[in-house]
Design a protein around this ligand. Sequence first.
Ligand code: GDP
Length: 334
Amino acid sequence: LVDHARHDLVVLVELAVRVPALAIDVHAFGVARHHLHEAHAALDQAAGAQQQRHEAEAEPAVERGQQAGTGNLERGIEAVIHGGALHKPDIARYPAQAFIDVNVTGTLNLLEAVRLVNPKIKIYNAGSSEIFGDTGGAAANEATAFRPRSPYGVAKAAAVSLVVNYRESYRMFACCGILFNHESPRRGLEFVTRKISHGVARIKLGLDTELHLGNRDAQRDWGFAGDYVRAMWMMLQQDEPDDYVIATGETHSVKEFLEVAFGHAGLDWKKHVEIDPRYYRPAEVDLLIGDPAKARKKLGWTPKVTFAELAKLMVDADMKTLQDQLAGKVNVAQ
Ligand code: GDP
């Protein structure tokens, strides 16, 4: 949808998630309503409708600090996409307890808030393939046991279990996507795919000569994030809520990604990639693969972007961004 609207909805969810107990606080709903109102306005604007209509309706109530009743939420929200969480790379910065506070208690607060305000609001909860831990190379599906191997994975497993519990106890439309690695040009540089695509672009444009990596034999089930968001949307369109593993069902090594990404730029990765022990992981998972059979059968979902297309589109995007930046610098200098 519209970037502003998405941002404000994210803020709402983040508010509910990051501060324990905030979601069921009256004032928090005032704040949340304010953000919702902004989101509405942005959506309306995009549709060419009157932005002022919502301002006139919502602003005074928020200013008076009234409890936001169910009105705006009922009218405004059909579904909450819940992805607010401490993420895996945050493990280096936060203690294990923070993952429980934010990812578990936060999810509980959100479920409870929706149950209290309007249990008809649908919830999509971002699970994670990290809940499975190391399956020893077996493709994980919805029946695979949870054996998480990090506080992040433990928290995501608990949050998924809470969603299932609320769905079964209160008949809420709450579903989980258990997504395997999903990549795009928006991926952070702390993930290996983006680190490589960004590195390729820098080397190609003469800004660098080397790229330092860890274990190049690791294998992952990498898909395109856009395809995975489509699966999320499809889950919310079903008659019944359920949980789905979203993956490509293929696994590829870091080396294969290097081959495609460097090759796409006309470069030989072997001439540029250096092994750096700093990037090796003490508790590495050698191979990850998901089994998306249920999503294929029940949702009719299949990924459209192939592994090679993914690597290439990420390189193209980084090339363009860097070229634009360089052009900008030239312009400034002139
Ligand atoms: P993850 O599957 O969520 O851990 O996604 P990552 O993109 O962080 O890592 C994928 C795989 O790439 C892991 O097996 C890493 O060990 C491997 N890898 C090799 N070199 C690097 C590196 O420099 N950075 C990262 N992030 N991963 C690397």
